[in-house]
Ligand binder design. Structure first.
Ligand code: DGL
Length: 286
């Protein structure tokens, strides 16, 4: 089983890429909605939550854990890797691909306060952009996580707020934006609306999913788990989506929309289809 967690529903944008790459796996997703948003919270509180959640996921059989949250990665990934002996995959703002892609030499990064403050972002931005004469326009996406959590990602309100953050980037000559928070892919439509056709939106989730696949394969090689079973023959997989907050229709809707999108994009294997449809939405008291 692959464990995933985020402060809310944002990490589902990473779950989507994981399922696309690994449709024959079971997933346990935790939305820590009782403590959402993480962005303005202290490192200690986020570390405490991430530790508790990771322990819970490991006790339920997680072979690897994806911290599908840039803010939690910034605050806790180093400590989680020291505390537990399974692999952790974290989110890293995609500054490197953006710096390689930009034609204007200016990139935008949209992230939470916590992510910008983390040493991971500082090191990455220095190494891949600033040291290479690529300019970064940083913008804290205040209020965006809340809009996604309220199911308002496609609202005029979201478009207005997104415009407020993207406009200064384009005005400074940026030709791409790095989505430095896993909630933001749900705002892609709004970002497209307020930017020009050749403005690139860079989401690190597909690269994170590839890294997770690689680590999972390594774990199974070393553990010798399911040696003779081909992935496509494995059955009984499912996704559990849990929230520490009150039961959320938005969380359920976003998960169902992703399932529909993957199904309509040509998933043909019957057991994979059944596995993807099998979802449990539960409340967690941790
Ligand atoms: N989805 C999160 C991230 O990637 C958390 C945002 C928040 O809770 O503030 O940073």
């Amino acid at each position: 089983m692959i464990g995933i967690f985020d402060s809310g529903a944002g990490g589902l944008s990473v779950w989507k890429e994981l399922v696309k790459l690994m449709p024959s796996e079971s997933y346990f997703y935790i939305s820590d909605a009782a403590f959402c948003p993480y962005g303005p919270k202290s490192k200690n509180l986020i570390l405490e939550r991430a530790t508790l959640i990771s322990r819970f996921l490991i006790e339920r059989g997680a072979e690897i854990i994806v911290a599908a949250c840039n803010t939690a990665t910034a605050a806790a990934i180093k400590e989680l890797r020291q505390l537990f002996d399974i692999p952790f995959v974290g989110m890293e703002p995609a500054v490197k691909p953006a710096a390689l892609l930009t034609k204007t030499g200016t990139i935008g990064v949209l992230a939470t306060q916590g992510t910008f403050k983390g040493s991971l972002y500082l090191a990455t931005s220095e190494k891949y952009a600033l040291n290479k004469q690529v300019k970064i326009i940083e913008q804290v996406g205040e209020g965006l996580v809340e809009l996604v959590e309220q199911g308002k990602a496609d609202s005029p309100e979201a478009e207005q707020l997104v415009k407020k953050y993207i406009d200064p980037m384009t005005a400074a000559g940026a030709d791409c934006v790095v989505l430095g928070c896993t909630h933001y892919p749900f705002l892609e439509k709004a970002i497209r609306k307020v930017s020009s056709d050749n403005f690139n939106i860079i989401n690190p989730a597909p690269a994170v999913a590839k890294r997770a696949l690689h680590l999972l394969e390594n774990v199974r090689k070393t553990d010798g788990a399911n040696p003779g079973i081909k992935k496509s023959e494995k059955s009984g997989f499912e996704t559990t989506i849990a929230t520490t907050g009150s039961k959320s229709d938005v969380l359920e809707k976003l998960a169902n929309d992703i399932t529909q999108e993957i199904l309509s994009n040509g998933l043909t294997n019957e057991s994979q289809k059944a596995g993807l449809k099998k979802k449990f939405i539960v409340s967690l008291d941790i």
